[in-house]
Design a protein around this ligand. Structure first.
Ligand SMILES: Nc1ncnc2c1ncn2[C@@H]1O[C@H](COP(=O)(O)OP(=O)(O)OP(=O)(O)O)[C@@H](O)[C@H]1O
Length: 300
């Protein structure tokens, strides 16, 4: 991956111009590298079917970690365990020293793990700004009463949140769309609104569920550039479940490969790309042709 590919506004993207300063969070405090996200021996069983079988991997701080595998490999199950939607039958998921296993999704989110959805989950008539403001909910300090009574403190806080939404909108390339209904935007931009809403939570870990699924080639490139920019500019750890091998190869620092619920390989994109077990399971081709195919997909 070249530097330009990693940066929004670079050759492959042109998505976003301004990075919000990494040190300027909603609190104005200095941000620290996120703790590692450690998945240890996670098993998930559904009525006799083992969807995940003792899977372990670590998402290193500030890295993009892709989870890939053929259909039914267990990627979505893994994603759902990380976001708290599914409870692991056994094993553990930790953010630093904090155990996440068994926490409800809103508790996981409150710990700074934001997610996007494979299918769009935007309020249909809300503007882009209001949709993104939803992501600020957990950071809102003014209580119901202060907001309802329109106290100056609540008004000031609301202004600060809107300003931050503006910065993040610029970062993901939506600055010109803030007042438009999110539902009226092209699909690729709606997905960026979702990404922006997740970033508005000021997460330390971002879980992306097939972020480029259903996009045109141009939208894929723009979105990949934004994701690369998030990693570069904000230092957030990113877990990426994605079918598009080109995007995975371009964005990921590390890849975990699942097949029939088992982790069959892990390493850098180059390592897994030439791993015979991966080629057999995932690509079903000879290592030579698999590598060629992935390289071709990675070429914009
Ligand atoms: N809620 C559930 N109840 C029963 N079985 C499930 C459930 N969710 C997933 N499975 C099964 O677990 C296995 C793994 O599914 P999962 O959706 O995690 O795979 P995946 O890698 O995300 O597949 P795809 O790429 O097709 O989305 C599959 O056999 C699937 O049918």
């Amino acid at each position: 991956m070249t530097d330009s590919e990693k940066t929004p506004g670079g050759a492959s993207g042109g998505a976003a111009a301004g990075h919000p300063e990494r040190t300027v969070g909603h609190t104005g405090e200095e941000s620290h590298p996120p703790p590692p996200l450690t998945v240890t021996d996670v098993t998930v069983r559904f009525a006799g079917l083992t969807a995940l079988d003792s899977v372990s991997f670590t998402v290193e701080p500030g890295s993009v970690h892709a989870v890939i595998g053929p259909n039914g490999a267990g990627k979505s199950t893994c994603f759902n365990v990380l976001s708290g939607v599914y409870r692991a039958t056994s094993g553990s998921v930790r953010l630093g020293r904090t155990e996440l296993t068994g926490l409800a999704p809103h508790r996981v989110a409150a710990l700074g793990i934001a997610r996007t959805f494979q299918n769009l989950a935007l309020p249909p008539h809300a503007t882009v700004a209001d949709s993104m403001l939803l992501g600020r909910h957990r950071l809102t300090r003014a209580g119901f009463l202060a907001t309802g009574l329109r106290l100056p403190s609540a008004a000031r806080e609301a202004r600060e949140h809107r300003a931050r939404v503006g910065e993040i909108a610029e970062f993901v390339g939506l600055a010109g769309d803030l007042d438009r209904p999110a539902g009226a935007l092209p699909y690729g931009k709606q997905k960026l609104v979702e990404l922006g809403r997740a970033l508005c939570m000021e997460p330390t870990v971002l879980l992306l569920d097939e972020p480029v699924a259903g996009m045109t080639a141009d939208e894929r490139r723009r979105t990949a550039a934004v994701v690369a920019g998030v990693r570069e500019g904000l230092g957030i750890s990113i877990v990426l479940v994605e079918h598009d091998m080109g995007v995975v190869m371009r964005l990921a620092d590390a890849v975990t490969v699942l097949d029939f619920g088992r982790r069959i390989a892990g390493g850098t994109p180059a390592q897994v790309q030439s791993d015979p077990a991966v080629v057999r399971a995932y690509l079903g081709e000879s290592p030579q042709s698999a590598e060629t195919a992935a390289n071709e997909e990675a070429t914009p």
